[in-house]
Design a protein around this ligand. Sequence first.
Ligand code: URA
Length: 412
Amino acid sequence: MNILNIIDKKRLNKHLEYEELDYAFNGYLNKNIPDYQMSALLMAICINKIDDKEILDLTDIFIKSGQVLDVSAINGPLVDKHSTGGVGDKTTMIIGPIIAACGLKMAKMSGRGLGLTGGTIDKLESIPGFNVNLSIEDFLHQVDNIGFATIAQNENLVPMDKKVYALRDATATCESLGLIAVSIMSKKIASGSKNILIDVKYGKGALIKSKDDAYLFSQIAEKIGQKYNCKVKCIIDNMDMPLGDNIGNSLEVLEAIDILNGKNNYLKDLCLKLAATLISMGKDINYDEAYKLAQEAIDNKKAYEKFQEFVKAQGGDITKIRVSPYKVMVKSLKNGQIVNIDAHKIAQLARAIGCFRETKEDKIDYSLGIVLNKRLNDKVKKDDILCELYVKENYNKNIYDQAINCFEIKED
Ligand code: URA
């Protein structure tokens, strides 16, 4: 077999056989195929797509690159969730503690930032001391004891996704339905839960852009689930606007803490919906009953206590979370009403501020980001603060106009 023939075949939009995918991706994992050839193959896949059979085959290859967790020693209903990715999506940090407070268990394998969307692993690492590289033994022990633990892909668990994911992020090859399905579902199957909820985001601020693609994604995710005897449920949700008020690693952790302490916004509503779905799947109870349990876990602070336990168990210290001391207040140029906050433009602004990686090797400054002070339909007066930018000391002054442009205001 020859890697150039395989790249060429996909460039010509031809179907790749299991053996060809295996040769290319395992060759990449074993360092026999360099970054530039895998990048070319990923780009050909992005442009020409992979069919259902290729997605199923590649998912299998990804899973087999590591081990599948043996979760038989975990007591209690085990569930798992994953989001397909969107701007400001911090749902895992809220849902994990809620479901743990309700007696469920979640062994969550997450990823880093991908394209214009942040990643749970980067967000959690913004908590000083937080360890996303637990041993499998410690990971399962924490899931059993506390109900919730989060780790990154590693040498034992879908190492193929760890390597390919980082390359996709640095080569603008994130937005492929097939590659997203392979990446997410391989992590979910390897994590061992038989009850999986996928939060399928589509829109300007998501990796998946259209509702039709979100449906296609759901179908293939369910098909992969069937192959591995897992119940997969998909909830499709629009993301033309950022999810919640904070964007940027530390700032998103702080907003997750606020939600667990009772802050109300659309993010909270969505988290309650997702948590209730997981609780109803795990406990086999009806949705309304499950929703009540999720709501109670926030109201009586049990979910927040779980969050604290979870962070402490993984070595983090929330009192040391740091946001940048350099702030830029972005003010409205007119009186009117906010009719749109464009999630894609917000994500580009976050990139310009420095929230994401440009190369695989980049270290991110977790303290940077954006806080939206106004929401959709809010009335604003000239000079009202629309958002606060947490920036580097020597920030590029052009970001001010870029920030103003994220808000569409209908003049009075
Ligand atoms: N989340 C993942 O884990 N992988 C993707 O490709 C997209 C979102």
